[in-house]
Design a binder for this molecule. Structure first.
Ligand SMILES: C[S@@+](CC[C@H](N)C(=O)[O-])C[C@H]1O[C@@H](n2cnc3c(N)ncnc32)[C@H](O)[C@@H]1O
Length: 200
């Protein structure tokens, strides 16, 4: 899998663009001001840099060193500082009670990885911490506009409810929206969006 992403990010362009994800922008007001944020599958840095420029302390984790090198170059170009870590989310251990929020934008993972990782994600949040996630839904399989072609890696509202039992939904919905994020995310898409607050 790493070689797949390294090859994709080996392209000269920022393959998902340099603008932040629209859902993240629209929901950023829910993120505790000035907090530390863990970004799962950060890739080329567009979301981390957006958050860093708004005063968050961002820790972006991704399996692709090629992607994270581009993330650091984007941060330098924008005069922002981000912390990046090359790690496989299948074994990554976020520190407990350390983050005000965790974001997961198009970080599609197989259930075997999610089932180990997501309890650790809930546990790495500070009290009242926020999870903000957008992922293609299972209904995206019928479309040719992006995302993995494996329903196990795609989300549903029910999967979110099951996989984040310790977070109270502030927003949890599946919807269709136009996604234009570089050449691999290219049109009307079915997505699941989640903002959850860690239960006290
Ligand atoms: C579709 S890209 C999204 C990148 C970024 N979040 C964005 O919105 O631009 C998915 C990212 O997840 C990362 N990823 C996938 N599986 C991973 C794993 N097991 N461990 C670490 N990173 C992984 C890939 O390297 C890739 O950067």
């Amino acid at each position: 899998m790493k070689s797949f992403w390294d090859e994709r990010y080996g392209e000269a362009d920022f393959v998902y663009g340099v603008e932040p994800n629209e859902f993240l922008v629209s929901a950023a007001r829910w993120l505790p001001a000035g907090s530390s944020i863990l970004s799962l599958g950060e890739g080329e840095g567009r979301n981390a840099v957006f958050l860093a420029m708004r005063g968050f302390n961002v820790h972006g984790v991704d399996g692709s060193d090629v992607g994270l090198a581009k993330a650091q170059s984007l941060a330098r170009a924008r005069g922002a500082q981000i912390q990046t870590e090359v790690a496989d989310l299948a074994v990554f251990e976020p520190a407990a009670r350390s983050y005000g929020a965790v974001i997961s934008i198009s970080a599609h993972l197989p259930s075997v990885i999610r089932n180990r990782l997501y309890p650790l994600v809930e546990n790495c949040l500070l009290p009242n911490g926020i999870i903000l996630l957008e992922a293609y839904s299972e209904n995206q399989l019928a479309r040719g506009t992006g995302g993995p072609k494996d329903s196990d890696m795609l989300m549903t509202v029910a999967k979110i409810e099951r996989e984040f039992p310790n977070c109270e939904p502030i927003l949890l919905r599946e919807l269709e929206r136009e996604v234009r994020e570089g050449k691999y995310h290219t049109g009307m898409a079915s997505v699941v969006q989640f903002i959850g607050k860690k239960k006290a």
